[in-house]
Design a protein around this ligand. Structure first.
Ligand code: ATP
Length: 269
């Protein structure tokens, strides 16, 4: 099967004209005060329901793009809209959630209290917090661990709790910055399967996911954003049109290997 490579910024899934445009970067650049050009001329559209992976070597500006989308730092050039408004405004609407490689769970709080924290902080009534907490812990397969403390969990389980906590606000946009980077390969693949299953249950949620692992990017994505450094640029956008659900068979297909080779080729240039 022929591979589809596109320099186009138009999404392959979700029909940009009809679905909500969630993230729109137009010629976005970021120069830090010390003069580092972290991102240059970035153009990208993400619509609801997409799963985009960002790959690229260390220092190519992946986290900077995420931080700009999250409203944690401003672009120094170009235009950026998130959920049809400014990133800061979008963040206030509680429609954006994050998952980082470090789980950042409160060590003294039971799992149910850890996952409901975003709602508790917003003053949501206790009963509703508990119901929502149970819902998301069930989603990640940890409902039986509600009263357990984080130190009693494995690394993979802690990551599941972080994902549950991010999902509790029913975000439209989920930003994941190398979430599985510290996990062993088997746990990583299990969590990839689980994440795709959760994403597929919510037709509208868009996931933006940073990884150094090209195999992971191909397995998860509807499109892979390939970045190159100095200065950080979007070098290519590659469609992964293989259908969902994806399972073990996909990982062993010639088609899968072709996508991996194609992305690796862009990274090496
Ligand atoms: N606050 C900052 N001030 C100055 N330079 C910064 C700052 N944050 C990042 N940089 C620089 O900007 C460039 C891009 O960094 P960024 O963290 O976005 O890259 P990355 O692709 O996410 O890297 P990694 O994969 O290692 O996390 C790097 O050269 C980095 O040193």
């Amino acid at each position: 099967m022929a591979l589809v490579t596109t320099k186009s910024i138009v999404p392959s899934k979700g029909e940009a004209g009809k679905s909500e445009l969630l993230v729109h970067l137009e010629d976005v650049g970021k120069v830090y005060p010390n003069g580092t050009i972290a991102v240059q001329n970035a153009d990208l559209k993400a619509v609801e329901g997409e799963f985009l992976c960002f790959v690229g070597p260390s220092g190519c500006g992946k986290s900077t793009i995420f931080n700009m989308i999250a409203g944690l730092t401003n672009p120094t050039s170009g235009r950026l809209s998130v959920l049809q408004t400014t990133p800061k405004e979008a963040r206030k609407q509680n429609e954006i959630a994050f998952v980082f490689q470090e789980h950042t769970l409160l060590p003294w709080a039971k799992l149910i209290d850890n996952v409901t924290l975003p709602l508790t902080l917003r003053g949501i009534p206790k009963k509703q917090c508990k119901e929502e907490g149970e819902r998301v812990l069930e989603l990640v397969g940890l409902k039986d661990y509600m009263k357990v403390l984080p130190r009693q969990l494995s690394g993979g389980m802690k990551m599941r709790v972080s994902i549950a906590r991010a999902l509790i606000s029913r975000p439209k946009l989920l930003l994941m910055d190398e979430p599985f980077g510290a996990l062993d390969e088997i746990t990583r693949q299990t969590l990839q399967d689980e994440l795709l299953s959760i994403w597929r249950q919510d037709q509208k949620m868009t996931v933006l996911f940073i990884t150094h692992n090209v195999f992971e990017a191909v397995f998860l994505s509807t499109r892979v954003i390939v970045m190159t450094p100095r200065p950080g640029k979007i070098a290519d956008v590659i469609d992964i049109p293989y259908s969902f659900p994806r399972n073990e068979d996909f990982r062993t297909m010639a088609e899968f290997a072709s996508y991996v080779r194609q992305i690796s080729g862009v990274l090496k240039h």
